[in-house]
Design a protein around this ligand. Structure first.
Ligand code: FPP
Length: 241
């Protein structure tokens, strides 16, 4: 007996899976740029350039299959500990990406994180990109100098500054950087590491987690499909039965 071979899913099928599973928001932990470069005897900075290129491809693909919100972890509050050369390379990639992002016409950008320690010129560009793109139909949140615990502390202090004395969960949700987005339905981490690394600590309470062994520069649209299909099979109970 021959086993009938399953037909591979095409983009239209994936769009249906996204629709039927209620998947609106995917967050990506883009890990493995450094190892990807080292395995090719390249400097780590080139791993980040390859990672930035892949980020654009994955954002474009996520949008094409009907995802409404994408969040990416581009630079954490801990990443300042890296060699100066590597930090400078990531800053330069962000600066270059803003040039391209300004030419996009359907993406709304939001930078989440503490931008006070970012170079003032880049900081200004981040803010003007947000202003330029506000209200557009597809949202990309770029976590930059971001830490999940730092965000919760920031949210609590923001609520206190508004005169709130007893902080509730609703107050925190309304004061985190992503207060105008639904929480991520799915968090994808590449790079064969199985942890959250201080990413979206508040928002990830009920997110489905998906881990890929691939390094970020080699994580491709078909890998997004695999994550989406896996998500569609999960039973989300949000603490119920
Ligand atoms: C983690 O890989 C990746 C980062 C710390 C930086 C991610 C940055 C980019 C993808 C490019 C910049 C993005 C934008 C939006 C401009 P790692 O360096 O920790 O890899 P490793 O674990 O293999 O060392």
């Amino acid at each position: 007996m021959f086993k009938k071979k399953k037909k591979p899913l095409n983009t239209e099928d994936i769009i249906d899976v996204v629709k039927n599973s209620g998947l609106r928001h995917i967050a990506y932990i883009m890990d493995g740029n450094g190892r990807w470069a080292t395995a090719r005897s390249l400097p780590r900075e080139l791993g980040h350039s390859a990672g930035a290129k892949n980020f654009k491809e994955i954002v474009r693909y996520s949008r094409n299959v009907g995802i409404r919100y994408v969040t990416v972890y581009a630079f954490s509050t801990e990443n300042w500990k890296r060699p100066e050369r590597e930090v400078a390379a990531i800053m330069k990639l962000l600066d270059q990406y803003i040039d391209e992002a300004e030419l996009e016409d359907e993406i709304e950008f939001l930078f989440i994180g503490d931008r006070e320690s970012v170079d003032p010129r880049i900081r200004e560009r981040m803010t003007s990109l947000e202003k330029l793109t506000v209200g557009r139909p597809f949202r990309v949140n770029i976590a930059f100098n971001y830490g999940g615990r730092d965000e919760i502390v920031h949210a609590v202090n923001l609520a206190i500054s508004k005169g709130i004395t007893t902080i509730t969960e609703k107050d925190v949700s309304e004061n985190v950087y992503t207060s105008d987005c639904p929480d991520p339905d799915l968090i994808v981490r590449t790079g064969a590491e199985f942890r959250i690394s201080n990413f979206l600590m508040w928002q990830s309470a009920y997110s489905e987690l998906y881990f890929s062994d691939k390094m970020w520069p080699e994580f491709k649209p078909e890998d997004v499909d695999a994550a989406i299909i896996e998500f569609s099979k999960r039973k989300r109970r949000f603490g119920g039965v």
